[in-house]
Write a protein that binds this ligand. Structure first.
Ligand SMILES: [Mn+2]
Length: 349
């Protein structure tokens, strides 16, 4: 009974039928459920050595560092899918809050690419980390800004060690410090990445935002304070607001931003393994991006710990797609964008 009017050569009408002319048009609607999903439908780069981009998306489908419920290995694919809802229309984004168009030139000049996923050597996490460091160093060597989609939070250390930029300051939204040194020989899981980063000679300051919960040990907290980290708790945010809290950590330089979605309120980010009541609100995360991008050049970004198994509603993946884009809107329109220092560590090339 599917008798489309186009078969009869009749002009389209308001009954929802198309006409011949439109049917033959090369223009596509590319609805979110149609086609091959790349991040936000950006073009796909199959060979990092030939990458010619300003911004490079990289997936890391790895969750062998998860303490509790695994599944974040499926986040890059899920976030690609969720991002199709927010793929740019007409080669640009319009932000209603700021009444401003973003990313137009970068999109129209093909400066943003999806570089696929780091190759995961399953059961060999250190080999996976080597692949990840190599991928990030290669992206940096091509002059592109990496946007990395995890994976559990253990991926942040192999990313940061791929930089030779000096100094680097880390700003991390997270419910936890992730500053554990070693537990029964475990040193590279999702609870360790910022401790490992602190051991890199070019990492200067670490700023934790959204810390809360009752699982934190005093030993890890004392170690973070002794290292000079700035710890902004959930209670600090409620009492003083994000602006005042973050300004305490200034000045910062060459900022690397890492977002563990468990840093956000589980009410808006239920799909993650490390749930903690309370936490950073969406508006506070955006305000943090605003402050940071106005303050200093940004050198990299990752978002991690989205677990699609724990969130069939997709709300956490959609949150991630919005956070990524809001971050890119602000970073690319900031005056510091052109001064970003993307220097790869030769060790990982
Ligand atoms: Mn974390």
């Amino acid at each position: 009974m599917l008798k489309g009017n186009h078969n009869k050569g009749v002009q389209g009408n308001r009954n929802g039928t198309s006409n011949v002319k439109e049917h033959r048009s090369k223009e596509r609607l590319n609805l979110p459920f149609v086609g091959i999903p790349s991040f936000y439908r950006f073009p796909v780069c199959h060979d990092l050595e030939t990458l010619d981009a300003d911004i490079a998306f990289l997936g890391v489908p790895f969750d062998e560092g998860t303490l509790h419920r695994p599944g974040s290995r499926l986040a890059p694919r899920c976030i690609r899918d969720a991002s199709l809802r927010t793929a740019p229309k007409n080669g640009e984004y319009f932000d209603i809050n700021r009444k401003k168009i973003f990313l137009r030139d970068l999109i129209n000049e093909n400066r943003i690419w999806d570089c696929g996923d780091t190759d995961v050597r399953y059961s060999l996490p250190m080999d996976t980390f080597k692949n990840l460091s190599n991928d990030v160093a290669t992206i940096l060597s091509r002059g592109a800004f990496p946007v990395v989609i995890g994976g559990d939070h253990s991926i942040t250390y192999p990313i940061v060690r791929a930089y030779a930029t000096d100094p680097i300051d880390l700003v991390v939204i997270d419910g936890h410090l992730d500053f554990s040194d070693s537990r029964m020989g475990v040193t590279h899981a999702s609870g360790n990445p910022l401790r490992r980063c602190s051991e890199l000679s070019n990492v200067r300051k670490i700023v934790h935002v959204g810390i809360r919960g009752i699982r934190l040990t005093k030993k890890d907290y004392d170690a973070a304070i002794e290292n000079g980290n700035v710890v902004i708790t959930d209670a600090d945010l409620r009492k003083h607001g994000i602006v005042k809290c973050l300004k305490k950590a200034f000045p910062l330089k060459n900022v690397y931003v890492s977002i563990d979605v468990d840093g956000l309120d589980p009410v808006i980010a239920p799909g993650t393994s490390g749930l903690e009541p309370g936490g950073v609100r969406y508006e506070e995360a955006i305000a943090l991006f605003e402050l940071l991008t106005e303050h200093a050049p940004i050198v990299g970004f990752d978002i991690n710990e989205v677990n699609p198994f724990l969130d069939p509603s997709y709300v956490t993946a959609v949150l991630a797609t919005n956070l990524i884009m809001q971050f890119l809107f602000l970073a690319t329109s900031a005056r510091h964008w052109r001064h970003r220092k993307l220097i790869p560590s030769k060790q990982w090339l």
